[in-house]
Design a protein around this ligand. Structure first.
Ligand code: PPS
Length: 300
């Protein structure tokens, strides 16, 4: 199935093997078969919890492949970035992966246990993009209003509680990040944060390029950066999913490229919500060697 498939479905979350899938766009049997895929050394998977910078990383990878030439990407008749770097877990995409030419670039929101074990034997590459969970929550709240494939939240607090319970597609942000991070050294993995990318996009692009073994000139790298800034991506219809039909994305309710910043949670969380979130955060992450940037001021 393509994301631009205009059929009307009854989308709902279905629990599957300790994770959740979205009925209508995921097929559990198909998802289970991902584990058995043969991996090539040239395969690259971008792994994210939803709303952590997937489309941003897609854009950077497409531009690196095209050596910074945006016209080369725009001239391909694609409706959105994920037609060129698809989600492996969407219906029909696993089959296409098997015969696709190298390099096979894919994105996924899946948890670690669904992915081929060859990745943990250092075959292929993984880029994990993590974003601070308070901003993920806010971005995900707006995406639930925007996406008809997800339940519209009653209000912010209702969504806040669901997110903390992991009662959303992607399940618990904490489990997702901790599980993938704990396998970092088994894999060829680049672990990078959304905040690092905001803080210094040229350095982030250089790291990604080096990790992927790309050889670009300084000018080509500068073009990759230029065409992957939030302001420029906002103007690209493919990055905004503008051609995805209203049956899937309610374009009157918002835009995919919404704010693209750090610390928007401060405009949404009440004091009580912040305290509650921090309690859970402490409990979940106190023994974990990961820290996040929560505010723009922290990097100024
Ligand atoms: S999804 O639906 O899970 O694939 O969403 P995902 O692409 O992972 O995340 C969407 C958020 O990433 C922001 N974004 C960017 N921020 C800064 N710079 C650039 N170039 C960029 N591209 C995408 C996008 O705006 C969403 O965040 P919010 O906070 O909602 O704006």
């Amino acid at each position: 199935m393509d994301l631009n498939d205009a059929k009307t479905h009854n989308y709902e979350l279905v629990p599957h093997k300790g994770f959740t899938l979205i009925n209508g766009i995921h097929d559990p049997d198909d998802v289970d078969q991902i584990y058995n895929l043969e991996i090539r050394d040239s395969d690259v998977f971008v792994v994210t919890y939803p709303k952590s910078g997937t489309i941003w990383m897609q854009q950077i990878m497409l531009l690196l492949e095209a050596k910074g030439d945006m016209t080369a990407i725009s001239s391909i008749n694609n409706c959105c970035n994920d037609e060129l770097i698809p989600w492996i877990e969407l219906k029909g995409k696993r089959q296409a992966f098997i015969t696709a030419p190298s390099p096979r670039l894919r994105v996924t929101h899946l948890q670690y246990h669904f992915m081929p074990p060859a990745l943990s034997q250092k075959k292929g590459k993984v880029i994990y993009v993590a974003r601070n969970p308070k901003d993920v929550l806010v971005s995900y709240f707006y995406f639930h209003k925007f996406a008809n494939i997800l339940e519209t939240p009653k209000d912010f607090n209702d969504f806040f509680e669901k997110f903390l319970r992991g009662d959303v597609f992607g399940c618990s942000w904490f489990d997702h990040v901790k599980t993938w991070y704990s396998h970092k050294d088994d894999m060829n993995m680049l672990f990078i944060t959304y905040e690092e990318m905001i803080q210094d996009l040229p350095s982030a692009v250089e790291r990604i390029s080096l990790f992927l073994g790309k050889e670009l000139t300084d000018e080509q790298l500068a073009n990759v950066v230029k065409h992957s800034t939030f302001n420029n991506m906002q103007k690209i219809p493919q990055a905004n999913y503008e051609q995805i039909p209203d049956s899937m994305l309610n374009h009157h309710q918002g835009r995919f490229m919404r704010k693209g910043t750090i610390g928007d949670w401060k405009n949404h969380f009440t004091v009580a919500q912040k305290e509650k979130f921090d309690e859970v955060l402490y409990k979940e992450m106190k023994d974990f060697p990961l820290s996040f940037i929560w505010d723009f001021r922290d990097i100024e």
